[in-house]
Design a protein around this ligand. Structure first.
Ligand SMILES: NC(=O)C1=CN([C@@H]2O[C@H](COP(=O)(O)OP(=O)(O)OC[C@H]3O[C@@H](n4cnc5c(N)ncnc54)[C@H](OP(=O)(O)O)[C@@H]3O)[C@@H](O)[C@H]2O)C=CC1
Ligand SMILES: O=CC(=O)O
Length: 328
């Protein structure tokens, strides 16, 4: 079926130009205005693996690298190439994507020994889709552009399932010509993309979105526990919420398993806590008070100390349960 594209430009705040584009069906990256070069992918965790997989399935020539080599195997079975370091991937590809855990790993993979920057050169592009803070993104961008290559930050909103289904939302900023050059690749992996201006704006947007999400999850957890304590069925609460103005896919998807104290990992709790930590620092930088987020962050920290870092972030409800136990 031909790809239906809805494109529009709107005004962004403070002089930033915002471009929003929505792809209503998955598109071929090699079609008209598409991408015809070699694509690198660094970081094959929960998100990176399905994103790279979708590029391969769409017909892209993809080369992968991951710190833990074995995670490359499923991608190699699909037809990906392998290189032994980020530098080797970058030097053998036209555009390289990176999907890494946190600021430290994103910097190490881009700027460290045998990092992607060592393989960069004029004409190449680096697209960092990890969730990091603006300062980290700017640091990576500086290293990449010092080689003559282009840099785009493009963190994603959407979790494991949207990554598998090619329905992510890209929050991009940086080099606009690189943004246009990789647009067809973003459309394979996502359902929409925003261009938000200078490097840092994509990171800022992602942190604001995720601080809202992290607080929502805490509030939802409190509601589930309170409903049960006053003799209501928490499953009914999930159903009631799903029908009203505060309905959210997150509540409907995760609520039923939370009621059963099951937290199959889609978005690791340690990454949600990292995002709250970074959002608190962002708010601090402009002297904004975000007390709800600060309180939520404390609960995620407690959850981490309970050994729940690698569970889904909905396991934060266990931190509330632990507090209840302490108060008994
Ligand atoms: N999961 C989700 O729902 C979403 C996650 N995100 C963000 O995307 C990013 C990736 O998330 P996700 O895929 O879930 O995370 P995972 O923890 O599943 O994957 C993290 C990746 O980073 C790599 N990594 C970690 N530390 C290092 C290091 N020091 N050097 C090299 N590589 C390293 C891991 O390699 P190895 O395999 O060797 O451990 C792995 O490839 C995070 O920034 C997260 O906040 C954004 C949207 C949704
Ligand atoms: O960063 C997480 C997400 O679900 O988006």
């Amino acid at each position: 079926a031909p790809a239906l594209r809805l494109r529009g430009c709107g005004g962004g705040g403070r002089g930033a130009r915002l471009v929003f584009s929505c792809s209503a069906s998955s598109s071929s990256p090699s079609g008209e205005g598409g991408f015809s070069g070699k694509v690198g992918f660094l970081g094959l965790g929960i998100m990176g693996a399905p994103m790279a997989s979708n590029l391969i399935k769409a017909g892209c020539d993809v080369t992968v690298w991951n710190r833990t080599r074995s995670k490359c195997d499923p991608l190699l079975s699909l037809g990906a190439n392998y290189e032994p370091s980020p530098a080797d991937v970058a030097s053998s590809c036209d555009v390289t994507f990176a999907m890494l855990a946190d600021p430290e790993s994103a910097v190490e993979v881009a700027c460290g020994a045998n990092g992607a920057a060592e393989g960069m050169a004029p004409g190449k592009g680096y697209v960092d889709v990890s969730t990091v803070d603006a300062a980290t993104s700017k640091l990576i961008g500086k290293h990449i552009t010092s080689t003559g290559a282009s840099f785009l930050e493009a963190p994603v909103s959407g979790s494991k399932k949207p990554a598998e289904d090619g329905l992510l939302i890209f929050l991009t900023a940086g080099d606009e010509s690189l943004y246009n050059r990789v647009a067809s690749l973003l459309d394979v992996m996502g359902k929409s993309r925003f261009f938000l201006g200078d490097v840092g704006k994509g990171a800022d947007m992602k942190l604001v979105v995720n601080m809202v999400m992290g607080s929502m999850m805490v509030s939802f957890s409190e509601g589930l526990l309170l409903s049960e304590k006053v003799g209501l069925d928490p499953n009914t609460l999930v159903e009631v919420i799903s029908q009203g103005a505060i309905s959210a896919p997150m509540f409907s998807l995760k609520g039923p398993s939370m009621v059963k104290a099951a937290y199959p990992t889609a978005f690791p709790l340690k990454h949600q806590q990292k995002d709250l930590r970074l959002a608190l620092s962002l708010a601090e930088s402009v002297s904004q008070s975000i007390p709800t987020v600060a309180a939520a962050n404390e609960l995620y920290k407690v959850a981490k100390s309970l050994g729940l870092a690698d569970q889904d972030f909905s396991a934060v409800i266990e931190a509330l349960k632990a507090k209840e136990e302490q108060n008994k």
